[in-house]
Design a binder for this molecule. Sequence first.
Ligand code: ARG
Length: 465
Amino acid sequence: MTEQFSKKAEAWSARFSEPVSDLVKRYTASVFFDKRLAQYDIQGSLAHAEMLAAQGIISAADRAEIERGMAQIRSEIEAGTFEWLLDLEDVHLNIEKRLTELVGDAGKRLHTGRSRNDQVATDIRLYVRAAIDDIVALLQSLRGALTDLAERHHDTIMPGFTHLQVAQPITFGHHMLAYVEMFGRDAERMLDARRRVNRLPLGAAALAGTTFPIDRLRVAKTLGFDDVCHNSLDAVSDRDFAIEFTAAASILMMHISRFSEELVMWISPRIGFIDIADRFCTGSSIMPQKKNPDVPELARGKTGRVYGHLTGLLTLMKGQPLAYNKDNQEDKEPLFDTIDTVTDTLRIFTDMASGITVKAENMRSAALQGYATATDLADYLVKKGLPFRDAHEAVAHAVRECDVAGCDLSEMSLETLQGFSTLIEQDVFAVLTLEGSVAARDHVGGTAPNQVRKAIERVRKQLAE
Ligand code: ARG
């Protein structure tokens, strides 16, 4: 990893009598990973320089030089020709050093009224803000794909489970829309966290503020922040926003993981409810018959990694006195990995959702196996005047009888059913069918195909906003 970082730069501090060892240099450097922040570092520096010039702290000519140099650095980074130096520790010092090489003293004036402490906090906030915007857009695409799937299967019947036992018939569309709700809350949570991400630390300098007549609100406006951080000590040391973001990401991944778990079960030939496109699966090197659902399994596994980052960040912060401590440098890798994991996962799942094929016949026969309409029979008896508890008991007897006879409730004769309650009449068979059962749950939030259609309309409206 270090080869690409040449060692030609001189040790940067005049205060020390001996250089740090190579090992310590590597140990304390962050440039391997924080160079990802480069474009935000430049953006922050340009806003800072603009403000310094507007306030008469640097000259307009210096500002112009800084802009010229930064434009060049930007294109060097994009072209991959920028030389990142381990000796220069991090992204900030690397860019500043190159700027000075390119434009001389103007480059050395850029850091007036600023510290790497408020600089790095600003960069990460810009980075996380952009990540949130990406993630929210990806969540909406995934919701769109799941909604399309729900629409195709608004009346496809499957068993709904509690305790992983067949409970009541539901529609597959309704099941998919449950995840659409979850991912909708994830987007809300991300946007809520964004409000606290979107505040400007710059101007706090090292920890106490600066003696220069800076204009923080101007910088905030240039960078699109809603406000400044109102306490300089808090501004440089606060990483709540990173923790909140990772917490929201953890909940999101928990939803992904639950969905994955269902996909893995449904794909299993023992259940056989769905198939997913081959591009999300792999075979086995030894068992030629296998088609393994690698993508959902891996997503379930990667959820643990994001939880780990949340725990890591919370632990990183718990022992830190005010204000900035070098510990904070450890915030980046977990954050970056969280962002990569979540964005890749959402992209893949959106594609995978459109590659799901439903085996409606298998779903249907599974729904017929577990007396899924027993509650419907109880409700039927209640509607004929029987108290619910008595109805429950009558149906329990009927189910036992079915168990012995090896048939479904709907397959019993009217006479047999009447043995459990004299209230039962010919019209009972309408409620004992799977279609009758789902269609009857026709209220907001219910599984009736009619409601699934309405819910889809509601989601589509949200997505169009
Ligand atoms: N690389 C550092 C970080 O990520 C930048 C801030 C360094 N500040 C300092 N006083 N050493 O946190």
